[in-house]
Design a binder for this molecule. Structure first.
Ligand code: NAD
Ligand code: UDP
Length: 323
């Protein structure tokens, strides 16, 4: 296959590009490095079948030559990122998704949308299956991400129903691992960065809110299974292992051996109270099941950051495909 991966310079996208290349696919990565980094894909230049196009897919998603599949991952994903880039987040969820869908339609290609558990908002039903419609504040600060993704799901399924595009949707629950930006503000990396540098771990609220954390290798297996299928979904992809934020902080302290203190900060507006996926559908339709326990995945992530001496590098915002 020749696969176009939007957002391929980001955390998940770079792993997806790599996994596809390793199994023999050709990959065209499209990214504007708004939240991704050239170093995420630096090791992929050794694959002759790897191409890179510096593009803001909200403006255009054009790829010369035929392609067989489009995986649309472009979007800020960390809350501090999408709160810092509200209009860009709305643009890439709406116009960016439309441009990526058009790319798939022109090529008669499979289209995979990376949606999110945030479509459930602050869920009133727990745990969440795909039948739940969600509880989203349409005018709160997080709405730039949540509503953009909800629109992205709607327009993708409209392309499937009315234009026959082979669309599949997955809803990703909190995923972590090596290659995240150490300072991207998501909880796993924040706690690791703080613990490794001896700074206080910042718990927002009382720390009793929960998330379910999936290790990156598990998630990428699920993405590829969905890409290879002709299922429409939506399917939840996530690890049902549910942790309070406080327990996660303790885990990071244990794994790092850090004696950092815990510091409490106000809970961000509309921060979901609990979140855990029901993954029966992904299991039944894709044969997918996550394998990496949180304690193990956090250990691997800590080791990765340790071995890089906390080198987060600058946030790259300019075109630099040669890096
Ligand atoms: P990330 O920020 O590391 O990657 C996103 C990538 O998209 C970056 O490389 C960024 O530069 C690129 N991008 C953003 N806007 C763009 C645009 N207009 N044009 C071209 N490229 C653009 O985030 P991630 O964690 O890798 O997330 C990837 C996708 O998965 C996102 O769509 C996100 O919403 C979804 N997702 C991730 C998680 C998670 O826990 N990691 C959870 C739910 C959903
Ligand atoms: N969180 C926290 N301290 C941090 C960063 C995040 O307590 O330094 C909390 C955040 O308020 C939320 C949870 O951890 O309740 C997960 O946050 P993250 O930004 O990783 O993901 P999301 O909110 O998108 O699930």
């Amino acid at each position: 296959m020749r696969v176009a991966v939007t957002g391929g310079g980001g955390f998940l996208g770079s792993y997806l590009c790599e996994a596809l290349l390793r199994r023999g696919d050709a990959v065209v990565c499209l990214d504007n490095f708004s939240t991704g980094q050239p170093k995420n894909i630096a090791h992929l230049w050794e694959f002759p079948a790897f191409e890179f196009i510096h593009a803001d897919v909200s403006v255009a998603a054009d790829v010369p030559g035929p392609i067989d599949a489009v995986a649309h991952l472009a979007s800020p994903a960390s809350p501090p990122d999408y709160l810092r880039l509200p209009l860009q987040t709305l643009a890439v969820g709406s116009r960016g998704t439309e441009n990526a869908l058009e790319l798939a339609r022109r090529n008669n290609a499979r289209f995979l949308l990376a949606s999110t558990s945030e479509v459930y908002g602050d869920p009133l039903v727990h745990p969440q299956d795909e039948e739940y419609w969600g509880n989203v504040n349409p005018v709160g600060p997080r709405s730039v991400y949540d509503e953009a993704k909800r629109y992205a799901e709607a327009v993708s399924l409209a392309y499937r129903r009315s234009l026959g595009v082979d669309v599949g949707i997955i809803r990703i629950f909190n995923t972590y691992g090596p290659r995240m930006r150490l300072h991207d503000g998501r909880v796993v990396t924040s706690f690791i960065a703080q613990a490794l540098s001896g700074k206080p771990l910042t718990i927002y609220g009382d720390g009793k809110q929960t998330r379910s954390f999936c290790y990156v290798s598990d998630l990428i297996r699920g993405l590829i299974a969905m890409l290879d299928s002709s299922e429409a979904g939506p399917f939840n992809l996530g690890n049902p292992e549910e942790w309070t934020v406080s327990d996660l902080a303790q885990l990071v302290l244990e794994i790092t051996g850090s004696d950092s203190e815990i510091q409490y900060h106000p809970l961000p507006t509309d921060d979901p109270v609990r979140r855990r996926p029901i993954i029966t559908r992904a299991h039944e339709h894709l044969g997918w099941i996550p394998e990496v326990r949180v304690a193990d995945g956090v250990c691997r992530t800590v080791e990765w950051f340790r071995s890089r001496a906390y080198d987060d590098g600058p946030l790259v915002t300019v075109a630099d495909p040669e890096v």
